[in-house]
Design a binder for this molecule. Structure first.
Ligand SMILES: [Zn+2]
Ligand SMILES: [Zn+2]
Length: 242
């Protein structure tokens, strides 16, 4: 199981950067987690977009879905369709995602369970102004969780328990209990409580130096700490065995 960072900032990309997007790859699966601005270009450095099996969007804020609106042209040109899992948000018109029916749009709920090869995927509603779902992926031996965007919620404590590698919203560098995002300290506390082996901080501010996230996180997290870097590929199994 490998995770490649395609975009890691929010709510917009910095110079040459990209907002949220990750490629989760295993023997039988090529799954994009979120698809923000700049993600399609970065994806194609390691994978032909027609080789994707599915896209899962944590929620429908633009910094997590922007490149779907150009990927739809690319898919149409190739005559391809792609499953797209999204939580529905009552306030957002999804009509433009139905363009030429290139996306097979399916709704994420807590009841949804997906199987792909030897992977199982489950979902949990977290807490954010738009409905956001965390995605948990396991092969039975190693478990990975991506939060999408969330502030603190006991649902995340519960969902993160038993997770080996946690890719977590840590939008705020300074301590800040907000109703939108986690701060670095909160992300670390959740990971400590859940017994996570490796915590990867993401949804970084394009205005901040990523090193500051690492410095801050190291003061609070007891395990192995990483900060996302675009283009980096992580071996999830290796990070779970530390
Ligand atoms: Zn975001
Ligand atoms: Zn958001």
């Amino acid at each position: 199981m490998k995770l490649t960072v395609l975009g890691n900032t929010g709510p917009y990309p910095g110079p040459g950067g990209a907002s949220s997007g990750y490629l989760f790859a295993a023997a039988d699966a090529r799954i994009a987690l979120d698809f923000g601005s700049g993600v399609l270009a970065n994806l194609q450095k390691s994978l032909d977009f027609t080789d994707l099996d599915m896209i899962i969007c944590s929620h429908l804020h633009s910094d997590h879905i922007a490149d779907l609106f150009v990927l739809r042209y690319a898919l149409q040109e190739q005559g391809r369709q792609l499953p797209l899992y999204v939580p529905f948000a009552p306030s957002l018109d999804l009509a433009s995602l139905y363009y030429k029916e290139v996306f097979q749009i399916k709704k994420i709920t807590e009841k949804l369970e997906l199987t792909r090869g030897n992977l199982q995927l489950t979902f949990k509603r977290l807490k954010h102004p738009f409905p956001d779902f965390g995605t948990k992926i396991t092969d039975g031996a190693t478990t990975f969780l991506y939060t999408g965007d969330t502030c603190y919620t006991p649902a995340l404590d519960e969902f993160a328990t038993g997770v080996d590698v946690l890719l977590c919203d840590a939008a705020f560098l300074e301590d800040n209990a907000s109703d939108k995002h986690l701060c670095v300290k909160e992300a670390c506390e959740i990971a400590n409580k859940a017994g996570v082996k490796t915590l990867i901080l993401t949804h970084l501010s394009p205005a901040e130096d990523p090193k500051k996230y690492l410095e801050k996180g190291k003061r609070h997290f007891k395990g192995n700490l990483l900060v996302t870097e675009i283009g980096k590929t992580y071996d999830i199994k290796a990070l779970a065995d530390l």
